[in-house]
Design a protein. Structure first.
Length: 351
């Protein structure tokens, strides 16, 4: 990805790492500490950019991040009764994500690491979602369905890395829901009182026949489903029926490819993570599927399902203890940094 990672030995207890997240619409700062019983997530702080209408414009979000960055860092430190001198390392999400936002986070992280003279740890945003899910659910070797606004993938750890067993061929599940909601004037905002507006609209809805269910091998495709749903609305179908049908087809496809990975790998633990992980129905479908295979299912806690700095600090802590660092001058962002390109030297050892 263009970062010059170095390896050294970090093993002392009470190691503290601050993490910075800025890949999309959230500027988050979290803190993690190494304790005798393992990694511990401390309190974090975050600010979300909410567009007045339509989708988010990266340049506007980046400007917002620049305005709130110092305040969010201060909030995270204050919440944990820490000062900058207590920080042993700084971690930052260098990708995947949107370029302007990533550059803000990288700039702040480079400056902090240089000023404090502490190591800088490069973190893959997707890997952070996976690791915070493993820590908070207590499932240590699961098949993971990672679904968010920009990502949809089924993955599990094999031979030193997370391997992608299936993914979307076009648009992510979260993007599908948000785009449909925007086109039919249900949002933004897309999440109200913890529930996606498509879910709320789907209450009392009935299934519409003919919506495309596309699973190709272990991959899914959602662009045709979006087109069919919008056409149904234009034809005059009840919006609640369209929302219900869109949601059922999309979720069922995601669960099917997760089930295929479970059968292929022989594993018995299933985890859901990412921004869509707070969805009640998707959690229920995955739980039912796992039980049918004699497995165990858990979803990441809702607080950690969306983008947050805590998960970046966690992977930063694990990375630092595994000797993965980068010189600030070589900490380049990578908008398309895939999770299966990242070595995971701490798997089964530190977490």
């Amino acid at each position: 990805m263009g970062t010059a990672a170095t390896r050294s030995s970090w093993s002392r207890s009470d190691l503290i790492v601050l993490g910075i997240e800025s890949t999309a619409h959230t500027f988050g700062v979290g803190v993690s500490r190494w304790t005798p019983s393992g990694p511990q997530l401390l309190k974090d702080a975050r600010r979300d950019y909410v567009p007045r209408q339509g989708g988010i414009l990266p340049r506007e979000v980046a400007q917002f991040f620049s305005q709130v960055a110092a305040e969010v860092v201060d909030d995270a430190l204050s919440a944990n009764s820490l000062t900058p001198k207590d920080i042993d390392g700084v971690a930052v999400a260098l990708g995947p994500g949107m370029g302007p936002q990533l550059r803000v986070g990288a700039t702040v992280a480079r400056a902090m690491a240089s000023y404090l003279r502490v190591p800088l740890v490069p973190v893959n945003h997707a890997v952070a979602h996976l690791e915070v899910a493993r820590l908070t659910t207590g499932l240590r070797d699961p098949v993971i369905l990672y679904v968010s606004g920009g990502n949809t993938a089924v993955t599990t750890y094999v031979d030193g890395r997370y391997r992608v067993f299936g993914e979307t061929l076009d648009m992510a599940l979260g993007n599908l829901l948000d785009t449909f909601a925007r086109e039919v004037k249900l949002g933004p905002p897309y999440v109200v009182n913890g529930s996606h507006v498509v879910d709320a609209c789907a209450e009392g809805g009935e299934m519409i026949e003919g919506f495309p269910y596309v699973v190709k091998g272990q991959d899914v495709s959602y662009s045709g489903l979006l087109t069919a749903a919008l056409r149904a609305v234009r034809r005059g179908a009840r919006l609640r029926d369209v929302c219900y049908s869109l949601r059922e087809v999309a979720f069922s496809a995601a669960v099917e490819v997760t089930e295929r990975c479970l059968a292929h790998t022989g594993k018995r633990e299933v985890v859901l993570t990412g921004g869509v992980a707070a969805n009640r129905l998707l959690n229920e479908k995955l739980d039912t599927m796992a039980r049918l295979h004699g497995g165990v299912y858990r979803g990441v806690p809702a607080y950690y399902s969306g983008d947050n700095g805590a998960m970046i600090s966690l992977v930063g802590l694990l990375g630092l203890m595994s000797g993965v660092t980068v010189e600030p001058s070589r900490a380049f962002i990578s908008q398309r940094w895939r999770l299966d390109e990242v070595e995971i030297p701490w798997y089964g050892r530190l977490l």
